[in-house]
Ligand binder design. Structure first.
Ligand SMILES: C[S@@+](CC[C@H](N)C(=O)[O-])C[C@H]1O[C@@H](n2cnc3c(N)ncnc32)[C@H](O)[C@@H]1O
Length: 191
């Protein structure tokens, strides 16, 4: 997030077909809620294309990368690593420590799909639970990012957007570019 510590999200594991929507939503959630970059596995091309397309249309900065070795990304990460898991320590107990630990090197936030390798629990500096109940990587990531940024991510200013949504009590209003002062288009399109 601009003017804040760098945060990178790693989507660990992807089953083409079955996980396409979830992986895409991990990327969209990372982008919308303040992360600077998402790293997808090599086989998540559809998700990577969709997140890149949304970034082109609705603005950045946000980077999308793919890797052929998620394990190596974690192993070689210079900064702190958080692994979100229902088995981890309560987020309330560790969020302050994590915020304090992120300085020059970016924070890596890892979310799984199906079972992640047990090594990941050892490599992570914190295994963090957003409750100790099973739910989803998208929900866990959203809550984690909001806690980490303490809500500041909700005020992100997007740049180089092809279109910008103007909040309305009812209906939909979208203007061209990132000039929120102009009023050039109303649309019924979803995105
Ligand atoms: C289908 S779940 C698999 C649940 C898995 N057994 C676990 O370790 O959390 C996929 C991903 O959702 C995230 N997740 C699910 N429940 C979570 C929770 N309570 N807290 C944090 N992350 C969670 C984890 O990143 C997990 O890898």
């Amino acid at each position: 997030m601009q003017g804040s510590q760098e945060v990178v999200v790693l989507r660990y594991g992807h089953r083409p077909g079955r996980d396409d929507r979830m992986t895409t939503h991990v990327g969209l959630t990372a982008r919308a809620l303040g992360a600077d970059r998402v790293i997808f596995p090599d086989n998540a091309t559809q998700g990577a294309d969709t997140v890149a397309d949304i970034t082109d249309r609705f603005g950045g900065p946000f980077e999308i990368e793919q890797t052929d070795s998620q394990a190596a990304v974690v192993r070689n990460w210079a900064g702190p690593v958080v692994h979100l898991t229902m088995y981890g320590l309560p987020i309330d107990d560790v969020e302050g420590e994590i915020q304090a630990a992120v300085e020059a090197d970016p924070l890596l936030v890892v979310v799984g799909g199906e079972k992640v390798p047990f090594d990941l629990y050892d490599h992570a500096d914190w295994n963090v639970g957003v409750t100790n109940q099973p739910h989803s990587e998208v929900a866990g990531l959203a809550v984690f990012l909001d806690r980490f940024f303490e809500g500041r991510e909700l005020d992100t200013e997007w740049v180089d957007a092809e279109r910008t949504v103007i909040p309305k009590a009812t209906g939909k209003k979208v203007v061209s570019g990132d000039d929120t002062a102009s009023d050039v288009a109303d649309t019924d399109g979803d995105s």
